[in-house]
Design a protein around this ligand. Sequence first.
Ligand code: HEC
Ligand code: HEC
Length: 248
Amino acid sequence: MRLVLAALALLTMPAALWPQAAGRFPPDSLINVQVFPRTTPVAEVTAAMRSFANGLGVRCQFCHVGEEGMPLDRFDFASDEKRTKLVARQMMRMVQEINRRLDTLPGRAAAGLEVSCATCHRGVSTPTPLSTLIADAAMAAGADSAVRAYRALRQRFHGRDAYDFGEGSLNAAALRVGRAGKYDEALALLRLNEEVFPSSAGTSVVRGNISLMKGDTTAAEAAFREALRRDPAGNEARGRLRAIGRQP
Ligand code: HEC
Ligand code: HEC
């Protein structure tokens, strides 16, 4: 009876009070798993953890109580103290739901693709599209900050899966910023794009559109003509020129 009571007390103890599986990594058993079935082999859990960390481009201490450089056997993996761990649990449930839904696709190949953390996160902890990051920075802190942010991200992540450094991102960011009435900031983002993609017709089209928003028809005409020079088949530039009463 006393044993049963002790066991019950253990089960109802708040997570912070759980006895730590101190001094062993990998641990002998799982203490506080709520999404993984309790019977999951520990090795399977630690393999999943490595893929969480890689998928988000973080280390264990992003979600667990412990510090950089600390041996893993001193981490408190069972603790639910960090908000990010609680978010990750919800994410695990979300991924399970998504994959259950994928299983219902008609005519799905036996080895159909599964969604994992990396599908959305692509190596960053908050999977914000580059165009959104840059447009937000331009609107909140000005074009110089946005340009610095872009350069720093490009330096660190270019060639990785994390952010789309193709020419579309800064064009999309500039359009968003332009629609918010911040024409000079938008044009600064386009100058940066011009530097990275000097022969992009798309950037010239967007420059023309921002110039139109600004009411500068002369600059718009020049930008659309430049777009056509770069890409003679460009329908948008041609249409815009006609729309402002100019011969393409
Ligand atoms: C993005 C967040 C995140 C990262 C990064 C992460 N974990 Fe976890 N970890 C979790 C979550 C959430 C659980 C609980 C899962 C559940 O409730 O089923 C967990 C559980 C564990 C457990 C089981 C603890 C117990 O209750 O017995 C171990 C061990 C563990 N993680 C080790 C690691 C290691 C080692 C790393 C680094 C390689 C790591 N984790 C990185 C979120 C993370
Ligand atoms: C369908 C896309 C998607 C998948 C799959 C996904 N996430 Fe996320 N995750 C997001 C989005 C979007 C956010 C930002 C949510 C917000 O803050 O509004 C996010 C945020 C997070 C955060 C919070 C980051 C922070 O700094 O606040 C963690 C932790 C996280 N995800 C872990 C995971 C883990 C672990 C997995 C895999 C089990 C996963 N995610 C799978 C889309 C996804």
